[in-house]
Design a protein around this ligand. Sequence first.
Ligand code: SF4
Length: 392
Amino acid sequence: MGVAALGDRAARQPELTVVELPQASLDSGLDLPGDSTWAIALRRSLLAWYAETGRDLPWRRSRDPYAIWISEIMLQQTQVTTVMPYYQRWLVAFPTVQALAAADQTAVLKQWEGLGYYARARNLHRAAQQVAQEHDGVFPKTFALALTLPGIGRTTAGGILSAAFNQKTAILDGNVKRVLARLVALDRPPAKALAPLWAISEALIDPDYPRDFNQALMDLGATVCKPKQPECDRCPWRSHCQSYNLGIQSEIPMREAARPVPHKIIGVAVIWNKSGKILIDRRRQEGLLGGLWEFPGGKLEPGESLEDCVRREVKEELDIEIAVDDQLMSLDHAYTHLKVTLEVFNCRYLSGEPKPLECDEMLWVTLDEIEQYPFPKANTKIIAALKAAASN
Ligand code: SF4
């Protein structure tokens, strides 16, 4: 059923009255009744709002668990507008679980290139192989089995099972945490109140329309109850929302004390050989950006010059000697928990047979061939600079 089909049902809903969640229920946490007047009122008002304003998104037109699964993973920590072109391209490249399972990891990461949080793509690939081998290529319909797949936790399983099979499985992603925290004026950061927040999500989910309810909750967080400046004037939960009624919606959810973000300087080598090819290597599977390709290099040590850093890192990583020539560029890049400055040098290969000492493999490639390999975002800027220099 599409969003529009909710319109008739919504039109039949009676007028709503304001019902507050008893604070004792929040503190006891785990036994919120789903048939309370509070839960029923919130459910009805949200579904009626969704019938009017729900977004028409491609994965909402599908009941294919695979397509929905892809959308759920891509939407983790990523906005709909960013996901949209990736989602469309992905389903062309890998239209089925079997196609994804059979693909090479480099092809999978290439499709994901630029979307960030690459562990999602690696886990998706491994999970597709597990579904192909253990479940005949069909996404498991039970919550317990869904949780056995790499990259699928409680909220992702809830999102997929409710969207694909209309199962009554609750969700609690970042947006939903924020909405529910505001709804009850949560007096602590959501990370310190996961059990009560899950209990609220479980209590609220509509037993008859769990698919629409979860989708509506996601829309509410993404389009109305936004992180900054929630648009309470057009919120279906305004009259029930304790943060709104107390005028404290901009202070909720409470934040954990911010940790300082470390900054590292990285020396990067673009190593050319005499045939005009460049040496690239593939990062190990474990850790940040695992499985992606990159230019060799590493962290500047205290007291070290950038040139010495580049030479040392290349020796440690690949066991070859290079000459460090001119600096190509310097660029800053921010990850969630880390900021880096890449100091990039043109280098010449001198001697030694490259060995993958601190990487999975390496390759000599031309500037044209380099496009076939998935690189982290910061490295794609280096490639663009190399291409610009080559065309001048
Ligand atoms: S009233 Fe405002 S703060 Fe409360 S749920 Fe709605 S948008 Fe969020």
